[in-house]
Write a protein that binds this ligand. Structure first.
Ligand code: F3S
Length: 416
């Protein structure tokens, strides 16, 4: 890789030990992927915020202790606990302590305390065409696809290095020539009512991820006025059933005004049509067959925006959650603050919903909560729930989640 003289000095340690380590990691990463240079990035989003292993804490603390400072605006993914209300998720003491150590390390290096997996709805929004280095799969796919910013699927620790150096190796999705669609998924045959139903999009995203794997899909047949909420749940699902880092939706996303634009004019050999039956099949795959009575409802994966919280409140319509059910809603600090000031937080709390900020529902300590089954409107949550927590789970619409929570009886709409 060609390094500038300034980059070579950083690699030699002239800017301190943390910058030297970060530069060495980025140079190695670039060599693996055939990058010829580093490029400046305008923002970084760090995913290495959930305490998993001691090595993650040790790396963050070492970078902070050896002079690491973030050179560009840097946001943080959720913590393993609700840092504002640590008692809420009943974390074991060592989980809380390690989460606090990560918090101290990242804030001392200059990160913004966003603690959200949806930084794109919290004021740290990149522009179209801007080079960034984001980690967290749903945020990456949203930034690339819906905004048209450019990032690879960076992983834990690479994100810290990019923030310390303010650069990333130039390869993959940073390059326009690597952003063309590689297969087509045609949803035009779906009935119009299904195309406009928000509950369609996690299922469609799940199917697209299965078909695309790590390739770039172009999706046809989506209404141009599809809501942002649908694009968010679609991308999160596609990035969890597959490794999709960028999708194009023809007539919807900015690099896909027409099919030729997102294919680069190449003829597509692989075309899949998605039908209503396929959506029903995805819903069945995302439902544990033994699940008859969930006692945990989870929404906000990815973190809900304020508007999604108001939709949920409208569906609750003044009713209360059944006492036998825990209804958890996850969001970031911005939406949480607005909810507090508008009275929405109090209204949801009075209705029996627990609103968490900062945290991720997949990290709740199972030993503290004797749940038997979960229902969620998130394909990503359901996809990972059983494997990560051992809890059987099923997908439903937000309306299904609310009705199940209120009545205590499992309700799931037919798809479609
Ligand atoms: Fe966010 Fe955790 Fe879901 S990081 S996308 S709430 S799995």
């Amino acid at each position: 890789m060609d390094l500038t003289s300034e980059e070579q000095r950083t690699l030699a340690g002239d800017d301190g030990e943390a910058a030297r380590i970060a530069m060495a990691v980025l140079v190695d990463l670039g060599a693996v992927f055939g990058a010829d240079r580093l490029i400046p990035v305008a923002q970084v989003h760090i995913d290495a915020t959930l305490y998993m292993v001691d090595a993650g804490v040790a790396f963050a603390e070492r970078m902070a202790a050896t002079g690491g400072r973030f050179r560009v605006p840097t946001s943080l993914n959720p913590s393993a606990v609700d840092l504002l209300h640590p008692e809420a998720l009943r974390p074991p003491p060592d989980l809380l302590e390690n989460s606090r150590r990560l918090e101290r390390a990242y804030l001392s290096m200059g990160a913004a305390p966003t603690w959200t997996c949806a930084p794109y709805q919290q004021g740290m929004v990149p522009r179209f065409g801007q080079q960034i280095a984001w980690a967290e799969s749903n945020a990456i796919v949203f930034a690339n696809s819906v905004i048209g910013a450019r990032t690879n699927r960076y992983g834990d620790l690479m994100d810290i290095c990019a923030a310390v150096v303010g650069k990333a190796p130039c390869f993959g999705l940073h390059l326009e020539t690597h952003r063309h669609a590689e297969l087509v998924i045609d949803a035009s045959a779906l009935p119009r009512s299904v195309q406009y139903d928000p509950a369609t999009y996690p299922l469609l995203g799940y199917i697209v991820g299965e078909l695309a794997g790590d390739r770039i899909p172009a999706v046809l047949g989506i209404p141009p006025d599809v809501p942002v909420r649908a694009l968010k749940s679609f991308g999160a699902a596609a990035a969890s059933s597959g490794a999709v880092g960028l999708f194009h939706m023809v007539g919807v996303t900015p690099e896909a005004r027409c099919l030729e634009m997102c294919t680069g004019g190449r003829k597509m050999e692989e075309i899949h049509a998605v039908t209503a039956k396929d959506l029903a099949g995805a819903a069945a795959r995302l439902s544990n067959p033994d699940l008859s009575r969930p006692d945990l409802i989870v929404v906000g994966c990815p973190h809900y925006a304020y508007a999604e919280m108001t939709t949920m409140a409208r569906l609750l319509d003044g009713r209360r959650v059944n006492p036998g059910i825990a209804f958890w809603a996850f969001t970031g600090r911005c939406a949480y603050g607005w909810m507090r000031h508008s009275g929405l937080l109090q209204a949801l709390t009075n209705a029996g919903v627990t609103v968490f900020t900062d945290a991720c529902p997949l990290l709740y300590p199972g030993e503290s909560w004797p749940f038997t089954a979960a229902l969620s409107d998130s394909a990503k949550f359901v996809n990972y729930c059983t494997s990560q927590t051992g809890l059987p789970a099923a997908i439903g619409s937000l309306a299904d989640c609310v009705e199940t929570a209120v009545t205590g009886r499992f309700r799931r709409s037919a798809f479609p």
